[in-house]
Design a protein around this ligand. Structure first.
Ligand code: GDP
Ligand code: MG
Length: 170
């Protein structure tokens, strides 16, 4: 029998790293060069079938601006999964990602599945954060790591698929 499972998921990370673009790619299969910046947070739902289960992701795409920081716990509290996004061409966004991970470890639900996504992987010539460094950090902190590109769609579905596989049995 096909089981239906709901999973609250939140995207966190600096403004401009591509959170909304990852969601747009996953939900609609689209990419836009001039994605409007998110105000507060935006909600999306998308289902994914894995084995004999259908996962309904309830996705909160947060803004990332510091002035909305106090709202973040509303989105990550009780989340089954969090995708923490940085931009591989911008080291400051990797630093910010590590801060989000620390905050989640301190304030979040210890069962939240965390994924670290190094986005804009299509911009290889402009890379400033090595995949080895990010992989090592992820491993030390119990997250899984993938480099993604919302532009070319590389690994975008895979991140959600990996999360789906790690969700607890209903
Ligand atoms: P957010 O603030 O984290 O939601 O970031 P956005 O999704 O609004 O993206 C910020 C900018 O980066 C936009 O101009 C996007 O078109 C661009 N962008 C997002 N993802 C990628 C990607 O994978 N590759 C490239 N080259 N640009 C991207
Ligand atoms: Mg956004």
């Amino acid at each position: 029998a096909n089981k239906l499972k709901n999973a609250k998921l939140v995207l966190l990370g600096d403004v401009g790293t591509g959170k909304s673009s990852i969601v747009l790619r996953f939900v609609k299969g689209q990419f836009v060069e001039f994605q409007e910046s998110t105000i507060g947070a935006a909600f999306f739902a998308q289902t994914l079938s894995v084995n004999d289960e259908t996962i309904k992701f309830e996705i909160w795409d947060t803004a990332g601006q510091e002035r909305y920081h106090s709202l973040a716990p509303m989105y990550y509290r009780g989340a089954a999964a969090a995708i923490i996004v940085y931009d591989i061409t911008n080291p400051a966004t990797f630093t910010r990602a590590k801060k989000w991970i620390k905050e989640l470890q301190a304030q979040g639900n210890s069962n939240t599945i965390m994924a670290l996504a190094g986005n804009k992987a299509d911009l290889l010539e402009a890379r400033k954060v090595s995949s080895e460094e990010a992989q090592a950090y992820a491993q030390e902190n119990g997250l899984f790591f993938m480099e993604t590109s919302a532009k070319t769609s590389t690994n975008v579905n895979d991140v959600f698929y990996e999360i789906a596989k790690r969700l607890p049995q209903a």
